[in-house]
Design a protein around this ligand. Structure first.
Ligand code: AGP
Length: 612
């Protein structure tokens, strides 16, 4: 949601902070700011808009030299994205500065108390309230002041602060919102995620819920909000700075689309042990626990929700356990029927999506078991789950999710096979065969990437299209939803995905001359499904639609009805989303680029939505 970095050490703080903000900008880019301590006061520079605006301001009004400081790149929640609402925020005496990620739900009452006490607030943000509270609570120890203030706050927050009277100390706190420590040599870092400091150190310290951390050049102290020493978990970050660079591509999204064969291969690595049994990462659920499961509920948001829809087909097919799939933000408000024998599977690339995090907390309160499928080691959702299957897609920087989606599909198939293995609904040789089918996916995706040029050309042709519809059946329906989401979030176009069979129940009224309609065609081996969707294609062509057909190589039946035919390798039905989605990712990326939009950081969005 927002990107935060804190630094203390020997380097020029502004340089470290700006570099960190550049790596964090994908988390939000409505404004950016930096704060250092100089002399006996805090000095801040901040600007609305992208980081480049702040860098321009710093060139015009440089900050004094300091070896400790902090920075923030914002995704606006309270208060418009203006200079006055940009972080960091300070108290009236410019003694303390604070940056924040999340929402302070009781800020209105706290603001009223401050104003009643004569404090003049300068912004519309919830964050500024904290700067005044910290100034009032400060009695020589910023960490103690932070603990006192945190005990008064409600909601989700990551806070990082500095005080003019405490040089060489940066203090952070977290509740429900991400913050990680980077341990360096004679320097230490705080970051919303490890990309903030990955070019300086890969030694990370995971922070838990309701903890305060103070960093000095040679010291890291972590306590609870009550001041008790807290246990922390140290780990090595499993990717390096170059992995977070564009690698010669124009956009991170393009790079990540082309990393998909490797991401899929890496997610499959080491999953089979010497006895031919499937192994998952942190399976802290016993076989007995899993044999007692009588219902699976999958939760996620956006793209992660779509991979959950695909998971339903695999898990039900291989285990015969009933599966429900829920949008995380709706899940806990519908009073779901959960219990000890329910397995909740939470899918999240970032592991920090607040809607998903709050959903799994609700599930655990109902004694359900929770398994997380996540792409970020040490993030909050896996930490609060009973079991974890990590996708190994590497850092996904572009806001629009691509390789995470494909690796989530792989992961949910691994979970389905693992459940079948434990519950005996699949023999070992069947599981090995399915794993072999999965092992062929990296090469299949590679082949798709070689044949997507027609989708690029088509995207440039459709740069002025007003809308695009997407149709699919069976696992092709979630692919249609995902294709529509990509186009919405990248090209800001009206795009909608439908179950193809649903078209005749209303949406077919949308069909008009030359309206582009993308159709994901099931494998010919699913003859009934295949024939029905061919009929659907004929129905829309009869009404003037421009048909863009994603179909198996050699599918001659559908070819005559395709204005644009995009062949994909023939793969098993349940794995077709892995190859069929790639042309849709390329299509959306190219269309956004043709429109001159920011492909990696689309308007109004952020990579990880850490507010409900
Ligand atoms: C997908 O392209 C979007 N960026 C968005 O829908 C995303 O999938 C959603 O916010 C969930 O994020 P998560 O996987 O990190 O939980």
């Amino acid at each position: 949601m927002c990107g935060i970095i804190g630094y203390v050490g020997q380097q020029k703080a502004v340089d470290v902070v700006i570099e960190g903000l550049r790596r964090l900008e994908y988390r939000g880019y409505d404004s950016a700011g930096v704060a250092v301590v100089a002399g006996n006061e805090v000095q801040v520079r901040r600007r609305a808009g992208k980081l480049a605006n702040l860098e321009k301001l710093l060139a015009e009004q440089p900050l004094p030299l300091s070896t400790f400081g902090m920075g923030h790149t914002r995704w606006a929640t309270h208060g418009a994205p203006t200079d006055r609402n940009a972080h960091p925020h300070m108290d009236e005496a410019a003694q303390v500065a604070v940056v924040h990620n999340g929402i302070i739900e009781n800020f209105a009452s706290l603001r009223a108390q401050l104003e009643d006490g004569g404090v003049m607030l300068a912004s519309d943000t919830d964050t500024e309230v904290v700067s005044h509270l910290l100034a009032q609570a400060f009695d020589g120890d910023l960490a103690e002041a932070m603990r006192a203030v945190c005990r008064r706050l409600e909601g989700a927050f990551t806070l990082v602060a500095i005080h003019a009277a405490q040089p060489d100390v940066v203090v952070g706190a977290r509740r429900n919102s991400p913050l990680v420590v980077g341990r360096g040599e004679g320097e230490n870092f705080l970051g919303s995620d490890v990309s903030a400091f990955i070019s300086h150190t890969r030694h990370a310290v995971e922070l838990g819920q309701d903890q305060v951390v103070e960093i000095r050049p040679h010291q890291i102290v972590v306590t609870t909000f009550d001041g008790k020493p807290a246990d922390v978990k140290e780990y090595e970050v499993d990717w390096d700075a170059s992995a977070a660079e564009k690698g010669g591509y124009d956009y991170f999204m393009l790079k990540e689309i082309h990393e998909q064969p490797k991401a899929v291969a890496d997610t499959l690595l080491g999953r089979i042990d010497d006895d031919g049994h499937l192994q998952l990462d942190e399976m802290r659920l016993s076989d007995e626990d899993l044999r007692e499961i009588d219902k699976v509920v999958i939760i996620g948001c956006g793209t992660a929700y779509h991979s959950g829809l695909i998971a339903k087909y695999s898990i039900e097919h291989w285990t015969r356990i009933p599966v429900e799939v829920e949008v995380a933000s709706e899940f806990r408000y519908r009073d779901p029927i959960l219990g000890r024998h329910t397995l909740v599977i939470a899918i999240s690339q970032s592991g920090e999506t607040m809607d998903t995090l709050m959903a799994i907390r609700h599930a655990r309160e109902q004694e359900s078991r929770v398994l997380a499928i996540c792409n970020v080691n040490g993030s909050t959702i896996p930490r609060e789950s009973d079991a974890v299957v990590y996708t190994y897609a590497g850092p996904e920087i572009a806001v629009a999710s691509t390789k995470a989606f494909l690796t989530q599909i792989v992961a949910v198939n691994l979970v389905a096979l693992y459940l079948a293995q434990v519950r005996g609904t699949k023999w070992g040789d069947e599981i090995i065969r399915h794993i072999d089918e999965l092992a062929a996916m990296p090469e299949a995706v590679d082949r798709v990437l070689d044949t997507v040029e027609p989708m690029r050309a088509l995207a440039r042709e459709l740069v002025d299209a007003k809308a695009v519809l997407f149709l699919g059946r069976h696992v092709g329906y979630p692919v249609a939803l995902e294709g529509a989401l990509k186009l919405k979030e990248l090209a800001y176009m009206h795009a909608e995905g439908f179950a193809a069979g649903e078209l005749k129940h209303g949406p077919i009224a949308l069909i008009e001359q030359d309206l582009p309609v993308v159709v994901i065609v099931p494998p010919r081996s699913r003859k009934v499904l295949h024939d029905k969707i061919v009929s659907n294609i004929q129905e829309i062509r009869a009404r003037g639609a421009r048909t863009i057909v994603i179909a198996e190589e050699g599918d001659d039946t559908v070819a005559p009805y395709a204005d644009t035919l995009v062949p994909v390798p023939a793969v098993p039905t349940l794995l077709q989303p892995i190859v069929a989605t790639v042309p849709l990712q390329v299509f959306a990326c190219e269309l956004a680029s043709a429109k001159g939009y920011d492909v990696d950081q689309p308007r109004n969005l952020a990579k990880s939505v850490t507010v409900e």
